[in-house]
Design a protein around this ligand. Structure first.
Ligand SMILES: Cc1cc2nc3c(=O)[nH]c(=O)nc-3n(C[C@H](O)[C@H](O)[C@H](O)COP(=O)(O)O)c2cc1C
Length: 328
């Protein structure tokens, strides 16, 4: 057991959160595997139609007696309908992103659902905490998917939020590949770590094998942020990101970049394996990851790596440091 405010709040064995990832965790397979292994599995509702989401909620409810979550991007056009569905089948935890908490907080807390809110800055974190959320997910620049617009790194942003908003548990997200990363963010004052790209490379991730192969092949400098002003993403460098980068470096107006940006989709890459022209969203930690394993094995390994990292720090403290282990 690793005990933090997050594990206490949610009844987890380890402070390991599997990131909600559109398509990748938009079914029950990956979230069930992570929750049953003692972490927090998160269903990504973003791209799911209501009947598929309803089926998945039922599968989660019958597939585990551990804690699980639904990630809901609040910018979704039919967000009201999704909230009505979630109200009928309340998840133990809601992880809301891309919007403010007032819209859902009272409604879901009244159902007994714990509400975590995804934030991209310290000011946003303060507002969410004042509104009464149960916890914060703080996403730094290394992250796959949508990094914060100002590209402040996880190292700096987590430290800022943990010190400026100390009253709520913080889950650090972005660039965390293994148990050493978990130990690092707990040292910064976080209460848990969210892993996206790590679980994208798991057997249960519902994503095209070509997508996983592209992520496995990437080095630590193998991603780009593209789409400034359009909902910027971090993705594996490919024909699409190079085209966007060329337009951005040439100072092309946002309106003239819009078509190229929206012409490529995560769906094409994740479902159909278009890793050249699609959005192969992944974080910088892709370069630290070299294998694809069952999610339960990854949770157990993160725990073991965390213990090794803490043991190493203890040796540092008593003056007998050893070389660090590395992520797989
Ligand atoms: C393929 C992919 C899809 C994502 N989809 C979502 C999403 O639907 N909702 C959301 O809040 N974040 C989404 N994210 C961001 C993750 O929740 C998380 O913050 C990020 O992956 C953490 O960085 P890491 O990949 O370095 O671990 C996505 C990330 C990836 C890689």
């Amino acid at each position: 057991m690793i005990r933090t405010r997050l594990t206490e709040l949610l009844g987890l064995d380890v402070p390991v959160v599997q990131a909600g990832m559109s398509w990748v965790s938009s079914s029950s397979a990956l979230p069930l595997a992570v929750s049953n292994a003692g972490g927090l599995g998160v269903v990504a509702a973003g791209p799911m139609r209501l009947p598929a989401l309803e089926r998945t909620l039922d599968e989660m409810a019958t597939g585990t007696d551990r804690t699980w979550a639904v990630n809901l991007p609040l910018h979704r056009q039919d967000v009201g309908d999704v909230m009505d569905l979630l109200e009928r089948r309340p998840p133990p935890v809601l992880v809301a992103s891309q919007g403010g908490p007032k819209r859902y907080l009272d409604r879901f807390r009244a159902l007994g659902t714990r509400c975590l809110h995804v934030v991209a800055g310290a000011e946003h974190a303060r507002k969410a905490a004042d509104a009464g959320v149960d916890g914060l997910v703080v996403v730094g620049a290394e992250a796959g998917g949508h990094p914060p617009p100002g590209l402040v790194t996880t190292m700096v942003l987590v430290r800022a939020v943990a010190t400026e908003v100390p009253e709520v548990p913080v889950v650090a997200s972005g660039g965390i590949a293994d148990g050493a990363g978990l130990a690092a963010v707990l040292a910064l004052g976080a209460d848990g770590a969210q892993f996206g790209t790590r679980f994208l490379l798991s057997s249960e991730a519902s994503v095209h094998p070509e997508y996983q192969a592209a992520v496995l092949a990437a080095g630590i400098d193998g991603t780009r942020t593209v789409g400034r002003g359009l909902g910027m993403i971090r993705a594996i460098t490919n024909e699409f990101t190079e085209r966007m980068t060329t337009l951005e470096e040439a100072g092309v107006d946002v309106e003239d970049r819009r078509e190229v940006f929206h012409g490529a989709t995560l769906r094409d890459a994740a479902l159909h394996g278009d890793v050249r022209g699609g959005k192969v969203e992944a974080g910088q930690s892709a370069g630290l990851l070299h294998d694809l394993r069952p999610a339960a094995e990854l949770v157990a390994r993160i725990r073991a790596e965390y213990e090794a990292a803490v043991a190493r720090l203890t040796q540092v403290a008593i003056g007998t440091p050893e070389a660090p282990g590395q992520a797989s």
